[in-house]
Design a protein around this ligand. Sequence first.
Ligand code: S3P
Length: 199
Amino acid sequence: MIRFGFSRRVKGPSRDEVAGVLEMLGNNSIVLVGLMGCGKSAIGRRLAACLKLPFVDADDEIEKAAGKSISEIFEDHGEAEFRDGERKVIARLLSGGPQVLATGGGAFMDATTRARVAEHGVSVWLRAELPVLMRRVSRRDNRPLLKTGKPAAVMAKLMEERYPTYAKADIVAESRDVPHEQIVSEIVAKLNNLPPRNV
Ligand code: S3P
């Protein structure tokens, strides 16, 4: 019996498309924003590989700078101090473009960070539906905000609060259960349509 597997080959972006994005970007960063579980790290890594750019995860850099995990920072110092650190680390990282930078879900909610991203980057919102987000975040237990109540209710409230602000991003890509390469191709196509950034 022939077994038709689920693996579907996705055609990646063309060389011209990749070159177009790099030209548009100059020294700026592609900044991924969106809720926990939307795929900023997983898709960001693949996007960076496709564009041959470095990939940087802001949460990892915050942990390195603090010498503690995000959960420990929340426990020991509270969310306000975490947000201060997050703002500073992202400001520093934004001077290191061109790169693909994944940010924590709350980062783009900060007006100062949004202004810095607009100055030094192109923002990409990975929008996802609640069941997709919940399926993904349930795999790990590393998100302090989801430990404070019923995770699905917390996430639904965050969607309501944050989606209007995430919508200010330069482009929006639908994060869903398709191969990551497909989402990368969609992002590259949309980035290609943006006007060149000032270097
Ligand atoms: C947060 C998202 C987390 C992390 C922290 C707070 C948020 O990052 O920064 O737990 O406020 O949404 P991820 O979106 O990468 O999970």
